[in-house]
Design a protein around this ligand. Structure first.
Ligand code: PXL
Length: 279
């Protein structure tokens, strides 16, 4: 059985980050270890004002030291929402300790969406996140995070295939072999991802239905599914297809329930579909 570690926060209510990644990669048949970076009462999205935040940064080196004594092996190290400068540095040390030639390092540089930083993030954090991207085999920014990492203007809706390819090439200079850019849409009917492999020079893309509206935490669902698929040994094309199809499936199941489920998608309803998709 493959084993991964998911390093991100636990939002106690809000089904994002660890509370999404853990069920998703477990359902994919992967042993999922976790390092919670912080415990929040909810995620930080609009509507959840007044959330609590307990930082767990100082626990991470101790967890790492214990795992080293256990000689624990990991097939992938996957990171998501990280809460501070210091935490990025400590996660980077963890990668030095547990990264090998055979395992995958997957960094989702969670920082923002819709052209803006999430609450609490700034350019200093983005600069630090760049250093973590350098250590990754695969990075998974959305269009907002791509701009923040590169210190560029957010493209918004004004881009074409050529400008996205150029953006991917610039993101690849941050140091990962593979860049998967999410939330790409060249027309109003479809949305998906475009990726670039710096080693082979190949671009690829996969699109599905564009569903109007904003659905929180879909980046976390995508990232967990893609990580699981890659660790299972799927090639990048199939891994991206499974991750996009599952994310869209989750969004479609949430349509009509946005009033109660405005804070996250109803991925629980779709776990059975995911298991079929990876057969
Ligand atoms: O979905 C990304 C995410 C993860 N964790 C926390 C968040 C967010 C986005 O808002 O607030 C705590």
């Amino acid at each position: 059985m493959k084993r991964i570690v998911s390093i991100q926060d636990i939002s106690c209510f809000g089904k994002c980050s660890l509370t999404a990644a853990l069920p998703i990669t477990s359902a994919m048949g992967i042993e999922t270890c976790v390092i919670p970076t912080a415990v929040l009462s909810t995620h930080t999205g609009t509507g959840f004002e007044g959330y609590t935040y307990r930082d767990l940064t100082s626990d991470i080196p101790q967890i790492s030291a214990h795992w080293k004594r256990l000689n624990l092996r990991l097939d992938a190290i996957c990171t998501g929402y990280l809460g501070s400068f210091e935490q990025i540095k400590i996660v980077s040390d963890f990668m030095d300790d547990f990264g090998t030639d055979d395992n995958l390092i997957i960094v989702d540089p969670v920082m923002g969406d819709k052209g803006e930083y999430y609450k609490g993030f700034n350019d200093g954090f983005a600069n630090e996140m760049k250093k973590l991207c350098k250590k990754a085999d695969v990075i998974l920014p959305n269009l907002t995070e791509a701009a923040l990492l590169l210190g560029e203007d957010y493209l918004g809706d004004s881009y074409d295939e050529k400008s996205i390819k150029e953006l991917l090439a610039r993101l690849a200079t941050l140091g990962s072999d593979i860049v998967v850019l999410t939330g790409v849409s060249f027309n109003e009917n479809s949305q998906g991802v475009m990726s670039y492999n710096r080693v082979t020079g190949e671009f690829s893309s996969y699109f599905s239905d564009n569903i109007p509206g904003y659905f929180h935490s879909t980046g976390d669902v995508f990232s967990a599914t893609l990580s699981g698929a890659l660790v299972k040994g799927f090639d990048m094309g199939r891994a991206i297809k499974v991750a996009v199809d599952f994310t869209v499936d989750c969004i479609k199941h949430t349509l009509g329930h946005e009033k109660e489920h405005w804070y996250g998608v109803m991925f629980e309803d779709c776990i059975g579909d995911l298991i079929e998709m990876i057969k």
